[in-house]
Design a binder for this molecule. Sequence first.
Ligand code: MG
Length: 357
Amino acid sequence: MKLLEIQAETILIPLKQPFTTALRSVDRIENVCVRITTDTEHTGFGGAAPTAIITGETVPSILGALKHIHDSLSGMNIEDAEIIFQKLNACMIGNHSAKAAVDMAVHDLLGKQYGLPLFRLLGGTAGPLETDMTVSMDSPEKMASDSLEKARQGFGILKIKVGKDPALDISRIMAVRKAVGPGIKLRIDANQGWKPKEAVVVINRLSKENADIELIEQPVSAKDYAGMRFVRDRVDIPVIADESVFSATDVLRLIEMQAADGINIKLMKCGGIFNALKIAALAESAGLTCMVGSMMESSLSVTAAAHLACSRSVIGAYDLDAPLFCGINPVRGGIHYRASTITIPDGHGLGISSILS
Ligand code: MG
């Protein structure tokens, strides 16, 4: 099967409710939908989400990168997957989200070519997966009522966004715990918002108050591996690296510095499933846990992330709620949600039959 053309179109997706973290607040997103045409009847689908403040990528940069990638890969055989993925990594520096869209479309085509759902092709099992549900940063009262509403909708794991103000963040988290009671798992994501010493004070205070926190994601600046280690050494809640980890090389350094207990793998950071599997293998070898998450993405690219999540047992936590924030679903097929439970499609490849345009 020959790769003929990489086509791209952008789609504007209004969010059902604003999404607010320590880094940004958005009420709509723009995603790039990718189609790879071949010399067969099969078309491969993929998606990219520009998150400039995390990956440095914008819609124009992704469209430009896709043109360059097209010129590098056009005419190659899809079955030569290893060669394609190595070339995709090497054809330009950075541009991980653009590369992720192409990587998932090639994986989609491999599944179609060999007649298997992608998670099966990768050796995985069908799930289902239980995603957490994100609670945007707001006043303690609003976050408590939002959390209670989400718990009542059937979400048993909530991801609480904090990181702007350490004292207020403690109030936010305690208000949420009080509102939802003891039966709901709470994950905390500070999105780099604290200084290392602040993070230690906040996290230890939460432990002392019996807030019962499952994990804390990215407490300090992405570049501050020493700060991550500082925090990890002084708290008893697992510290998960998100913005700190883009590549397998980042994971190696993190392992060397013993700077995290686990990793949040996102296709938009690492450049696709090919690289994500290397990260998962390294993490497993070093005894780290893995979560699969996403940026603010539609179900097009989150379906690929869900296949990845089903493919390796070291991936034990799922942060794949972004499509639930989206006011429109740009694909037919793909993953299906019933409250927090994600069902993986059993169609070949990603299990997406078309992109609606
Ligand atoms: Mg995060």
